[in-house]
Design a protein around this ligand. Structure first.
Ligand code: B3K
Ligand code: ZN
Length: 873
């Protein structure tokens, strides 16, 4: 099928002003009556999307159409209407229990105890009823649900409740009216046996809102943390953006059967249980933070996405990039801002940079797609958030708030574009932001090379900045982008220097943002007394790769003295990169390796460095990032070199000091969730890993004790992982114990699968095969598939990238099986092949053969075909 092009966008020929839906729900078969009030915009026939629907009846203005009066095929129902308005009524039948793709109406859990729910973004509504299923058709919805009362005691849909009651034969009904016009992708319903926790929230503008979080009975006592997070999110959006919630009720529902993280359906958010349920015994600290972030993200969509939505799916980042940015700001306010920034940039580098450097690279606003579900990517989300952050930085906090106020006021109830967003932000500030559109339209990670020259006679420092974006896969040459570079200059004692640019009368602080607008620009700083060390791109002021030829001792200076918590970490990461080169090339006495271990050993004993930052500083870039430093990728060489550098660090700090720190941290261990306790656990984990490297026997003994005594999941899982990494056989008993202890706890078992899927080396593949035989493993559950297969393929480079290609063939085989059940999940797992072209030759050939064979098959879903077709290029 031909791709859909942004350039082909045309407004809808008919809009739908009013939608009335009536569902008769049951597990095996549901009937949906739809009554659509349409209005003509263009003189064309009515075309409604519909997939997999059994059409029972079609009426136009009250008259039943006979078969010759409409065309039904290729996912479309087409017929003509005469007037400028018309009422279309359809009745269709659906088969929820057979829907393994989890798109449209489906069953979560078992036939006996499970519940029914919907997922519509991006194009799932067409699996529920015939409709112009595109985000620029905004309608008012009235939804009536009918079902057996004993089997489906809870009936929910988006909007305000509008009555309920009993029906004959043990059935009941409930009606919901949503006063806010919305696109079809925000429709949702839920029906089944669920329990709830509730709270009231009064918005800043005085609306009393009933908040309900729903889960299956065995999970309802794990929803309290999410409820707290929801209330914090609502309050924060009121304070930070002046945004209030706009219905009388807000429902959130947890399911174990979900293709992605969560979904912001209007008034009825639906969550993958992984991002909603939390309790100390089964959730790690990271998971608690994820729950808080995802609850906030989905809630924030109520304005950035729902009240103001996207004109078409090319604009996806309009809501996703913006909402990720809002969520990041919220998390920074709730926790530690520098740590949050470190975490976000690390994620960008781990997930988005590789995506943008391989065949799946695409702009934040793609110009074409063949399957939109494949564009819910790190580029659209994470890079998109970086673009909003750049705009916010350009405008300053007040200017950005004014711009956002104008955006929401001007476009409330509309479906708009990235241009509309840039215009609103710009006009509120009298600034033309259109040059930033290039960031949305060009793919690839820009490289900024910086070169500093100090002129002692003139007391002048000239900084030359150049930009280039390597073209990926034959895309057109790149335009220069506006690149804000926040910077400071440090003198050799570690003091930041006042900054006066050439032509200015006086210095303006010790930190400045210069903007590179062209391919190359020179910035001259005056009155600089000594050759400085530049701290560039502070706070990661633009999503670029910075190239500056730092000497190890310059990075060491920044690592010691930079006041910007992010850049301090960044200096450590750069230095670790150079130290890795030393370790890889056998330079055990290399200057970088020496500087890295020396400074970190000093910081290890520095009481001014807090536990959380120290834990981050002790973590060098991961194997997946380090791969970028290798022209031809050999995962085993990378892993070995990384372990050697960590071994050198452990030796430099010394086992006694590590032990002492470990014992001190252990003595303070409780299961508490406050930031200081989390930081201690994080640091303890790093220290334990270092001990295990330098003194394996000590490491094993400590890990075993930690596993046995752990008060909560974070310490328990960390210990299990350290134990298994040190010696998988010695860990067998603990692994089996964990399996028994958490039998029946899906989210804990996912971590058990994922932890083992990451264990490196030659034996990994056999381990995966035996884990597949565990009775708890199933290809039908997306979380389980991601935990075992996704983790192995994405996060276990030495295990997956075997020279014999066996794991590639196995993955191809599993992809076929998954694709037959759930195309979206298959496509997502298949992105693990993205980097194959830069593998060393033996692995590259093996991967190529597998990808070529798989992508030539004609029986794959559009989702998987699209990914494989692009990856194979
Ligand atoms: N908007 C949803 C993602 C929908 C994915 C569709 N395949 C979650 C989110 O970003 O909030
Ligand atoms: Zn989102």
């Amino acid at each position: 099928t031909a791709p859909i092009l942004l350039a082909d966008y045309r407004p809808p020929a008919w809009t739908v002003e009013q939608v009335e839906l009536t569902f008769d729900l049951a597990i095996d078969r549901a009937e949906v009556d739809a009554r659509l009030a349409l209005r003509r915009k263009v003189d064309e026939p009515i075309r409604l999307n519909g997939e997999g629907l059994e059409l029972i009846e079609l009426k136009v203005d009250g008259r039943v159409l006979s078969e010759g009066e409409y065309i039904l095929g290729d996912g479309m129902l087409e017929f003509t209407a005469t007037g400028d308005t018309c009422v279309v009524e359809t009745r269709v039948a659906l088969r929820p229990a057979e829907n393994t793709a989890f798109e449209g109406l489906y069953l979560s859990g078992s036939r006996e105890t499970g519940f029914l729910l919907t997922q519509c973004e991006a194009e799932g509504f067409r699996h529920i009823t015939f409709f112009p299923d595109r985000p620029d058709v905004l309608s008012r919805y009235t939804v009536t649900l009918r079902a057996d009362k004993a089997r489906f005691p809870v009936l929910l849909a988006g909007g305000n409740p509008d009555g309920s009651g009993d029906l004959p034969e043990g059935r009941h009904w409930a009606r919901f009216v949503d006063p806010h016009p919305k696109p079809s992708y925000l429709f949702a319903l839920v029906a089944g046996r669920l329990e709830r926790i509730s709270r009231d929230h009064v918005t800043a503008d005085g609306r009393r809102v009933a908040l309900h979080i729903w889960a299956e009975p065995d999970a309802i006592d794990r929803c309290d943390y999410a409820m707290d997070a929801l209330v914090r999110s609502m309050r924060w959006d009121e304070d930070a953006y002046g945004r209030n919630y706009d219905l009388d009720v807000f429902h959130v529902v947890a399911t174990h059967d979900f293709n992605m993280g969560a979904m912001e359906n209007k008034g009825l958010n639906i969550f993958n249980a992984k991002y909603l349920l939390a309790d100390p015994d089964s959730s790690t600290d990271d998971e608690y933070r994820h729950v808080e972030a995802v609850v906030a993200h989905e809630y924030f969509h109520n304005w950035s996405g729902n009240r103001v939505t996207c004109r078409d799916w090319f604009q996806l980042s309009l809501k996703e990039g913006l909402t990720v940015f809002r969520e990041q700001s919220f998390s920074a306010d709730m926790n530690s801002a520098p740590l949050k920034r470190i975490e976000d940039v690390a994620l960008l580098r781990r997930a988005q940079f590789p995506e943008d450097a391989g065949p799946l690279s695409h702009p934040v606003r793609p110009s074409q797609y063949s399957e939109i579900n494949n564009f819910y990517t790190a580029t659209v989300y994470e890079k998109g958030a970086e673009l909003v952050r750049m705009l916010a930085g350009r405008l300053g906090p007040e200017g950005f708030r004014q711009g956002m106020d104008l955006y929401f006021a001007r476009h409330d109830g509309q479906a708009v574009t990235i241009e509309d967003f840039l215009r609103a932000l710009g006009e509120a500030n009298g600034i033309d932001l259109m040059p930033y559109l290039a960031w949305y339209e060009q793919s690839g990670t820009p490289r900024i090379s910086a070169d500093g020259r100090y002129d002692a006679a003139q007391r002048r420092y000239r900084l030359t900045l150049r930009q280039r974006t390597p073209a990926v896969d034959g895309q057109a040459a790149r335009r220069p982008l506006p690149v804000p570079v926040r910077l400071s200059l440090f003198d050799p004692s570690g003091q930041a220097t006042p900054l006066r640019l050439e032509g200015e009368a006086a210095p303006d602080g010790v930190e400045r943002t210069v903007v590179l607008h062209t391919a190359e620009q020179v910035f001259t700083f005056e009155d600089i007394a000594q050759a400085p060390v530049p701290s560039l791109l502070r706070g990661f002021s633009a999503p670029v790769i910075l190239e500056y030829d730092y000497a190890p001792d310059e990075l060491a200076l920044l690592l010691r003295h930079d006041a910007d918590g992010f850049n301090r970490w960044e200096a450590g990461q750069q230095l670790a990169g150079l130290a890795f080169d030393d370790a890889r090339d056998g330079r055990q006495q290399g200057a970088a390796l020496d500087a890295w271990t020396t400074v970190l050993a000093a910081l290890f004993h520095d009481p001014a460095v807090d536990d959380a930052l120290l834990a981050e500083l002790l973590t060098p870039p991961g194997e997946i990032e380090l791969v970028e430093r290798q022209p031809e990728r050999d995962p085993q060489r990378i892993r070995d070199a990384r372990l050697r550098m960590l071994g050198a660090l452990a030796a430099r700090i010394g086992v006694p000091a590590l032990r002492q720190r470990y014992d001190a941290l252990s003595a303070m261990a409780r299961g508490d969730l406050d930031a200081a306790s989390q930081a201690r656990r994080q640091l303890k984990r790093r220290v334990l890993d270092l001990i295990a490297l330098a003194s394996p026997d000590d490491g094993r003994a400590l890990a075993r004790t930690q596993y046995e005594r752990a008060p909560a999941m974070t310490d328990r899982l960390a210990a299990l992982s350290t134990l298994a990494l040190a010696d998988a056989d010695a860990a067998a008993e603990a692994i089996a114990h964990f399996r028994r202890r958490y039998d029946g706890n899906a989210l804990a078992l996912d971590k058990w699968f994922a932890m083992q899927a990451q264990l490196p080396g030659d034996s990994a593949f056999d381990r995966i095969r035996s884990l597949e035989a565990d009775p708890a493993f199933t290809l039908k559950n997306p979380n389980r598939v991601q935990a075992l297969i996704g983790t192995f393929a994405r996060a276990n480079p030495t295990g997956f990238h075997r020279t014999d290609g066996a794991a590639y063939r196995w993955l191809a085989d599993r992809l076929l099986a998954i694709d037959a059940l759930n195309p979206q999940v298959a496509a997502r797992v298949a992105t693990a092949f993205n980097g194959w072209k830069r593998l060393e030759p033996v692995r590259r050939e093996a991967a190529h053969a597998v990808i070529a064979a798989l992508s030539s098959r004609r029986d794959l879903s559009r989702d998987l075909t699209d990914i494989l077709g692009r990856v194979a290029l």
